[in-house]
Design a protein around this ligand. Structure first.
Ligand code: F0G
Length: 350
């Protein structure tokens, strides 16, 4: 369907009717059956993957960015600003370009995947590589926005969450019901908050009768919500969720508790195993942070097998091409062969 999430779900988005959509036709992403992955994990029910990497800039952030940037333009703003582990900045830079706004971006130096950085650069964002982590960058953004005429487009901007909740609407619209469990990665905790808002609203409106248990996963080196305290130096291969002080911490706990769900941690080894499993069993290339949700499903199901009658949706938040070096570092370089049929046969053992 053409149009993007504002056109599809406008009445749910708290936007004034006069707000014109700044859109790249985000949303309406595939919800893909994943029987081979379910089999590999040992889950006997129905598993579906929400492929958010197929949004225009390659991550779920576009859903929130279309709403936040449209509202910013309507308010007369001429610039947006964000801190980012990469995807938010890619999306902010693209939507700002689309709207003719300036974009200012603060990134943790050396910790942003190359695909994401290339997007912020090519869309013309003004970038500061901070000698610090995401949490420090977000604190600086909040400070800057107090004295400069810039709109913050991190998920502390409520319009971001309204946009992102449309993914929950789409899941329900496609399935004709809510799933039993919804698995997703947790970083700054905006997305789990937004999904829960979407499920709650659809339930209150009578569109669905039940709500899923929200199952969020942090990387074990960056798991403040699981630990119950702030992590000063978060570390993980999944740089998208390398966050030690999530802005939506309390709302994420509410999503967990109200839904009867879980927020747990998975190790980098488990994340990389799930990353490879997704790619080899289903042909889906998702970035490492996205694989944390699959690793979480494997962990939970191994500890206590989930009923075979359950429907599980797992959100794959970003495309694997965002962070290609994780793949190229994990596998040996391809063997070189002369341009000769026998040499090629030998290399391929064909
Ligand atoms: N997956 C990906 C691919 C992400 O980029 C992020 C967050 C998350 C999961 C976690 O979502 O923060 O809503 O809990 N990326 C942010 C960014 C922090 O700056 O791009 P969350």
């Amino acid at each position: 369907m053409a149009g993007g999430v504002i056109e599809r779900y406008r009445t749910h988005l708290s936007l004034d009717n006069s707000v014109r959509a700044v859109t790249l036709n985000e949303g309406d992403t595939p919800l893909l059956e994943a029987p081979r992955l379910a089999g590999a994990i040992g889950f006997r029910g129905r598993l579906l993957l929400k492929l958010e990497g197929l949004n225009p800039t390659g991550s779920f952030k576009d859903r929130g960015m279309t709403v936040a940037v449209s509202q910013a333009v309507a308010e007369g703003s001429t610039a947006v600003i964000c801190a980012s582990t990469g995807n938010t900045s890619a999306s902010a830079a693209a939507y700002a370009a689309r709207a003719g706004l300036d974009a200012y971006v603060l990134l943790p130096r050396g910790k942003v995947a190359s695909g994401k950085l290339s997007q912020a650069l090519v869309h013309g964002a003004k970038i500061a590589a901070i000698e610090g982590n995401f949490d420090q960058a977000l604190a600086l953004v909040s400070e800057l926005a107090q004295t400069h005429p810039v709109t913050i487009v991190n998920s502390i901007n409520p319009y971001r969450l309204h946009g992102q909740k449309t993914a929950a609407f789409e899941v329900c619209d496609t399935l004709g019901a809510a799933p039993d469990y919804h698995f997703l990665p947790v970083g700054n905790a905006g997305n789990i908050t937004a999904y829960w808002m979407g499920y709650r609203e659809y339930c209150d409106a009578g569109v669905i009768d039940t709500r899923p248990k929200m199952m969020g996963f942090q990387a074990s080196g960056a798991a403040p919500i699981v630990l119950g305290y702030l992590v000063e130096s978060p570390q993980t291969v999944a740089t998208a969720i390398r966050i030690g002080n999530p802005a939506n911490w309390k709302a994420a706990l509410a999503a967990r508790d109200e839904s009867g769900g879980v927020i747990d941690a998975v190790s980098d080894e488990e994340i990389l195993e799930a990353y490879a499993m997704l790619a080899s069993t289903e042909g889906i290339f998702a970035e490492p942070a996205s694989a944390a949700a699959v690793a979480g499903l494997k962990k939970i199901n191994a500890a206590n097998p989930l009923p075979s009658s359950s429907i599980i949706v797992c959100t794959l938040t970003g495309h694997g091409l965002k962070d290609p070096s994780v793949a190229t570092d994990a596998y040996p370089e391809p063997a070189v062969a002369a341009a000769d049929i026998n040499a090629v046969r030998e290399v391929l053992q064909l």
